[in-house]
Design a binder for this molecule. Structure first.
Ligand SMILES: *[C@@H]1O[C@H](CO)[C@@H](O)[C@H](O)[C@H]1NC(C)=O
Ligand SMILES: *[C@@H]1O[C@H](CO)[C@@H](O)[C@H](O)[C@H]1NC(C)=O
Ligand SMILES: *[C@@H]1O[C@H](CO)[C@@H](O)[C@H](O)[C@H]1NC(C)=O
Length: 233
């Protein structure tokens, strides 16, 4: 805005080249921020996915027997606390790596949920729709990053998790299986999506910390105190 106003005056050449310089500097300063955030194109498919997810109570809970659970890999229990633990443990962990992991984990989760549903189960088509929308988001995710990014070496701890996730079921140790209800798995999918792609779920006026474990009412005293302090900082 300032730049536009100045350019009408006699010293406009100087002013506009200065302007250009500032713009360049500004771009430089913004570059890391821009790269760290979610590409805008991701938001449409993720919001569509979120719309489907808003019906999850009915389709992932009420249509199942009470306390029904399915068998998943330990690494497929992927919650907000998992993300914060990884951020603590892995130095310089890139958001993009976590986003890739999120897709890898939840692809497996959705597949496992669908696999237990008979053809005519009332949640079958809902689950298929979730998976379709999830895949749409994944497609845009892959398209909106250069291919080299997906060939980059992962941090060792993340690579280990990745290897477990892609292991053949018959090679997974008995002790590495976990039981979880479809609802809890899809809840985690949803919450971790808000956390890892928070740029797409910004609501003006509402300060939301989607990655904070405490706003779910499960945080301990320390983490609640921390969360309360954060807005004042
Ligand atoms: C997800 O979708 C539901 C229903 O469309 C909406 O009410 C909710 O605000 C959305 N969540 C976020 C974080 O935008
Ligand atoms: C479901 O699980 C809860 C908590 O583990 C338990 O108290 C309850 O009895 C279970 N209900 C059924 C029907 O198995
Ligand atoms: C409570 O939360 C803090 C911060 O998230 C964590 O460092 C600590 O280990 C937690 N304590 C317990 C008992 O869970």
């Amino acid at each position: 805005m300032l730049c536009l106003k100045r350019s009408g005056k006699p010293s406009s050449m100087v002013a506009s080249s200065l302007c250009f310089l500032w713009a360049l500097l500004g771009l430089y300063a913004m570059a890391p921020v821009l790269m760290a955030s979610t590409p805008a194109a991701m938001c449409t498919p993720l919001k569509t996915l979120n719309d489907s997810l808003s019906h999850r109570r009915r389709y992932m809970k009420h249509n199942f027997p009470i306390n029904y659970s399915i068998r998943v890999y330990r690494e497929e229990i992927f919650k907000l606390s998992t993300i914060s633990r990884m951020r603590l443990k892995v130095e310089g962990l890139d958001e993009l790596v976590l986003q890739r992991l999120w897709f890898q984990v939840n692809q497996g989760v959705l597949k496992k949920i669908i696999r237990v549903l008979p053809e005519r189960h009332p949640s079958r088509s809902y689950s298929a729709e979730l998976e379709r929308r999830f895949r749409d988001a994944e497609g845009v995710f892959v398209q909106s990053h250069p291919a080299e990014m997906f060939q980059q070496e992962l941090p060792e701890k993340i690579q280990d998790i990745w290897d477990q996730l892609t292991e053949e079921p018959d090679r997974v140790l008995e002790s590495s299986w976990r039981f979880a209800s479809p609802k809890s798995l899809v809840d985690s999918l949803c919450r971790t999506m808000f956390c890892l792609f928070s740029d797409c779920f910004v609501h003006p006026g509402a300060q939301q910390d989607y990655c904070g474990v405490s706003h779910l009412g499960r945080g301990n005293k320390t983490s609640i105190q921390k969360a309360e302090k954060r807005p004042a900082e």
